[in-house]
Structure formats: C-alpha cells, structure tokens
Write a protein that binds this ligand. Structure first.
Ligand code: SF4
Length: 409
C-alpha cells in the first residue's frame, strides 16, 4: 500500500491510486448542491466517476459507483464547506469539486439537454456524435471489447445521434461559459469505415467558427490519405485506441478490433500519422496518440507499447483499467497502483527522452487519464533542457492560440 506521506507529497500517485481503488462518498457531501458535476454514464466508459481536482491542479475522475469503489478505504468528506479525501480516517488531500458549468442545465434549440450532446471531461468538451459502435450490434457473436461500456450507456446520459447544429450550439456554450480550448470527437467502429466522413462536417464548422483545437479518436481507416485530409482541415490530434500491445491478449480482449483491423493496422496508422506534423498548416499543431489500457496486460508489455509509440513520434495515452458495471470485465479486480508506478514513470521519461511536445496545449486538463507531464513527480530524472524547451513552446502556443480565437467569429 502506498504510504500516506507519498500520497500527500506526490499528487500523481494519489491520482493513480484513486483510479485503482476508487472512493466512497460520505453522506456529508452535497456534490451537486456545492456546484460539482453529477455522475454521468456517457459513452466514454471511464467517465463514470466523480470529477474532482487534486492538489497540483490534477483533474481526475474517481470511480465511485463500481463495487470495488464502494469498498475503498478512500472516503470523500465535506468539512467546513470544503472537501477532503481521507484514507482509513487520515486526511490525504484537500480537493475541489470540478465545477458544473451553467450550460449543463440548458437545452439545444431542438430541445435536447446539452449534456446529451457533449460533456466536459476535465476541461475539454467530449462529443460522441454518431450511433453506437457496430461491434456492439453483432449477434449472436460478441465482438465488443470486453472492458467497454459504450453499448450499455447509449441513451442513458448520451443521445443517439447529434446534428452538426446541436454540437455547434454546445461548443459555443462551452466556449463562452467554460472557456474550453479543445473539442474531442470519439467514434467506435462502423462497418464501411464511415467514421471519418461522419466527423468531417463537425470539424469543419468548429474550425471555421471557433478556431478551437479539435481531436479525432476513431479506428484506423484503411485509406491513410484520409489523415492527410484531416491534417489539412486543421485537425490537431488523431488518436488510435489499440488498448493492448500483447498480441494474444489483444485478440482475447478486443475480438472485434482483432478480426476487423488487427493490431498491425493500428500501429501502421500511428506510424503514418506521426509523420504528418510537417506536412500540414504550420499554424495548426499536430499530435498523434496511441491509447492503451494499463492493467489488462503485464506492466512490461505496457512499457513496451509506450517505448514503441514514442520511438515513432507518437504520444502514449495511458488509461487505467476500470472494471465498469455491466461490462464483460465487471468482476475483474482493478489493477494495483504500485505495480503501475513504473508504467507511468516510463510514460513521462520516454516522452521526455524523445523530445515530444507534452503539456503544451492551453487549458487542457484531462480527468480520464494520467497525462505524461503529470507523471513527472514519479521520476527522479529532471531533463532541464527539455523542460525549458517545453515551457517556451507552451508560452508561444498559448499566445498564438489566444490571438487566433480572439479573431474567431
Ligand atoms: S471499438 Fe471496442 S472500445 Fe471502441 S466503442 Fe467499440 S467495443 Fe467499445
């Protein structure tokens, strides 16, 4: 078990341990009455928890509804109008509730609650614009990824389809009242590989009307030139969720992805996209992410995935496995945080060793994963020159972003 002093001194350790152990919410807490965000089951299964801000400004989404969380030794208490996390009765950290934006209570002109169109995950807007992933629709064979809750959540807190106008209305509200800088689109698999075509009208309108940063997370399209087109359109991030680097485990956990795409197609798309940085509009930054889940394969295998990704110029996005209610893996134990510390240490070190642009986007705090830069506290290595370079990039990018959004409509 991680020591109290380590958890108090290193917020990254606390963020990681809370992902793994979850937290109980004491009856003294009035999350929504105190301006916090309610718990929502949107299509991003990992967003099933309570959004809070840890010391050091680390935004997170702490599991609270799963059975392991209900037995956690961490408990959130309300104390003198503030919030504190205790472990077995000892104070660990004062935390803030992630603020619930005013637009969460608004509806679109078409009458949909705005939260069924998009939700904040940390400080960015996440949108799942199209129908449920086709891997959930195949019967009688089961082809959905076994950790995934997408097919369970649709229609619960998330609308089935969202028009471009509805999404743009929510983007405007989120920009004006929450100051978002980044919109992330996420799709599952659609037979016919229509996912990038579906996203294009949304991306074009956001770029034209708001000039915000936009990212696309979808399966790897067979026509790689589609990514040149996204790059030219001003998309800033593409992300490919291959989840697991061990081939046998990938096949077992992600049967649909294995049968339709295969791991190599994910890796080929990542390698291709990571080279597009120099081939698009210089005013639009570009990053390629490969997303993996720590806790579903041995840590050494996750570390191999991290090192492969950084070696080709991609930034790893590393989630922590959460055994979500109702999923095929509901009854699996969550991972052990101590076993994952080397994974997240390596995440930071590998990105720094390869000079990757981590932590440069303005006001992007992510609650669903540990960002590489958040893991600096897990490493003894300092990388002084790389830190100076990143700080300069961050300043320059913030100034350029402020200028261009000020000149948006
Ligand atoms: S591809 Fe897998 S993880 Fe993604 S939505 Fe479909 S079933 Fe879920």
């Amino acid at each position: 078990m991680l020591s109290l002093s380590a958890l108090r001194d290193t917020p990254a350790l606390l963020k990681l341990d809370l992902y793994c152990r979850g937290m109980q919410v004491d009856p003294s807490c009035y999350v929504e009455e105190d301006g916090g965000r309610g718990i929502m089951r949107t299509r991003a299964g990992l967003g099933s928890g309570l959004e809070v801000i840890l010391p050091g400004g680390l935004w997170t989404n702490v599991p609270v509804t799963e059975s392991f969380a209900r037995a956690s030794s961490y408990v959130l208490h309300r104390l003198d109008g503030g919030y504190v996390i205790r472990r077995d009765g000892d104070d660990v950290a004062q935390v803030q509730l992630s603020p619930r934006p005013a637009w969460y209570d608004a509806k679109t002109a078409s009458g949909k609650p705005m939260t069924r169109v998009g939700t904040l995950q940390g400080t960015y807007l996440g949108v799942y614009p199209a129908r449920v992933c086709d891997f959930w629709l195949r019967k009688p064979e089961k082809t959905n990824c076994k950790f995934c809750s997408v097919g369970l959540n649709l229609g619960v807190d998330d609308a089935v389809e969202k028009s471009v106008d509805e999404v743009l209305e929510v983007v405007r509200a989120a920009r004006e009242t929450s100051g978002i800088t980044y919109v992330d689109f996420n799709t599952g698999h659609y037979d016919g590989e229509t996912y990038l075509d579906i996203l294009e009208p949304y991306v074009r309108r956001i770029k034209k009307e708001h000039r915000l940063l936009v990212g696309v997370q979808s399966p790897p399209h067979q026509d790689l030139e589609k990514y040149d087109r996204l790059r030219a359109m001003g998309v800033n991030r593409v992300s490919f969720c291959f989840e697991i680097y061990d081939r046998a485990r990938f096949q077992e956990v992600c049967p649909g992805k294995h049968a339709y795409y295969g791991l190599d197609r994910y890796l080929d798309a990542i390698r291709y996209c990571a080279l597009l940085g120099t081939r698009g509009p210089s005013s639009e930054p570009w990053v390629t992410n490969g997303e993996i889940i720590a806790g579903l394969e041995p840590p050494e295998s996750t570390i191999r995935a991290i090192d492969w990704l950084t070696s080709v110029g991609a930034i790893p996005t590393v989630c922590v496995f959460r055994p979500l209610r109702g999923t095929d893996f509901e009854h699996m134990p969550p991972p052990d945080a101590e076993a994952l510390v080397p994974v997240f240490r390596r995440l930071y070190e590998s990105c720094m060793e390869h000079g990757l642009p981590i932590g440069c986007a303005p006001n992007v705090h992510v609650s669903l994963v540990m960002l590489p830069e958040e893991c600096a506290g897990l490493s003894d290595r300092r990388y002084p020159w790389q830190r100076v370079k990143l700080a300069a990039m961050k300043r320059a990018f913030a100034a350029q972003f402020a200028w261009r959004t000020a000149h948006a409509r």
